[in-house]
Design a protein around this ligand. Structure first.
Ligand code: FMN
Length: 390
């Protein structure tokens, strides 16, 4: 979708500058033309040679480098369809918000009349500084697209908000802005994580599901312009709607509230088949008995129930098998009545539970089978979405 688009990347002096090398490659792989303009401070974090080689274009840094009687920052504004300032330092954000144009990058932004995406990345203290927040708000009001930083482990050792968002999100935002009509606004519900079934107030039965696969699908769908509802047993902070649940029953209730208006449901959560019958409201005490017995009772079959009551929805189930993957998956897709079934082989410890990688087979109700080779869950998520959208 970005083929032949002219993308101007502005890099400032932040530690996340190195991540933009990969973003350039992503744009180039999509056959976009890329030029890079850097602040002088950015050169402390990445080299001109690297950026030049990756973008296959000269890199602009010097403001007064007037070649062929062309004024560089004006030439950029004529050439580019969009400008992406990433990482955007607190310093540069503040300059842009106040119309300061004292280097090639800020002068270009100042003169630019086409869409600008600003991707801040900085230490939490800087990000939460009210002056920076005020400047960011000002830019949002002036129609700059700001992609908020994420919360997580930062290069300075702190854990908080300020980390550069994923390159996938920057890429998809660029695509969305340059190709606005191509993106449909469908609603997708994604479930993730292992449900938790209480035994008593301190003990529970659960499983090893990390929720990473569902989360990757939710992120990918959000980046592609879907209205996303993530129903998960894990605590997450996302720019889309997330509902945290605990047990299978909670999950069912949350899905029921969202189901009617959804177009796609992806059931990536590992839902417990059984829950504890008569869970104790008080902590169970140790007794003299050597054995105790917990009686389990069946949870509702959420996937099957959804398939029975579906109207317009495309429903995707997941199964985790430790043996006879193909045979069990085929049986399950028939039994549940879902449109697609994504089968995971959990006998391998290099993929699946808790890993960032997966290798799956996607079965469709009309008998098609697609094998996705081992890849990062973010890549697998893209392929799953591509498959169900077709
Ligand atoms: C090691 C190091 C890392 C830095 N990382 C960031 C950062 O991630 N975000 C930020 O806003 N400033 C960061 N700074 C501070 C900026 O480099 C500084 O504010 C500089 O003036 C930004 O200049 P520029 O906006 O012209 O690129 C860092 C400084 C150093 C020394």
């Amino acid at each position: 979708m970005l083929k032949d688009k002219n993308i101007l990347i502005g890099i400032t002096g932040g530690i996340a500058a190195y991540k933009i090398c990969e973003l350039i490659r992503m744009y180039k792989r999509a056959e976009a033309n890329v030029k890079v303009v850097c602040t002088q401070n950015a050169m402390n974090f990445v080299t001109k040679t690297t950026l030049q080689s990756l973008s296959q274009n000269d890199v602009g840094i010097e403001h007064f480098n007037i070649d062929d009687f062309k004024i560089e920052h004006i030439a950029y504004t004529d050439w580019a369809d969009i400008m992406v300032v990433a990482p955007a330092s607190a310093n540069t954000i503040s300059k842009i918000a106040n119309g300061i144009a004292d280097n090639l990058l800020t002068s270009t932004v100042c003169a630019f009349r086409k869409p600008i995406i600003i991707v801040p990345a900085m230490n939490t203290g800087m990000w939460e500084n009210p002056i920076i927040q005020e400047n960011v708000e000002k830019l949002k009001k002036l129609n700059y697209t700001i992609i908020d930083p994420e919360t997580g482990f930062l290069a300075c050792g702190a854990n908080g908000k300020g980390r550069l968002c994923d390159n996938d999100l920057i890429f998809d935002t660029t695509d969305k802005i340059l190709n606005p009509k191509l993106k449909k606004k469908s609603k997708i519900i994604i479930t993730a994580g292992g449900t938790i079934e209480d035994i008593d107030p301190v003990r529970y039965i659960s499983n090893y599901s990390s929720g990473k696969m569902g989360l990757a699908i939710a992120d990918c769908a959000y980046n592609q312009g879907f209205e996303v509802v993530l129903i998960t047993t894990k605590e997450v902070e996302k720019p889309y709607k997330t509902i945290q649940v605990k047990s299978a029953l909670d999950m069912q209730q949350a899905i029921d509230k969202e189901f009617k208006t959804a177009n796609y449901i992806v059931m990536a959560a590992a839902v417990a088949d059984y829950k504890v019958k008569n869970k104790s409201t008080q902590k169970l005490k140790k007794t003299s008995a050597d054995e105790i017995t917990l009686t389990l009772t069946k949870n509702p079959d959420i996937l099957k129930n959804l398939c029975n009551k579906k109207t317009k929805q495309t429903i995707v189930g997941f199964c985790a098998e430790s043996e006879n993957l193909e045979k069990n998956a085929l049986q399950k897709i028939k039994n549940k009545g879902c449109d697609y079934l994504v089968a995971n082989d959990i006998s391998r410890n290099d993929i699946g539970f808790n890993s960032d990688y997966n290798e799956v087979m996607i079965f469709s109700k009309n008998g098609n089978v697609k094998k996705l080779q081992k890849a990062k869950k973010t890549e697998i998520a893209k392929s799953i979405l591509d498959t169900i959208l077709k």
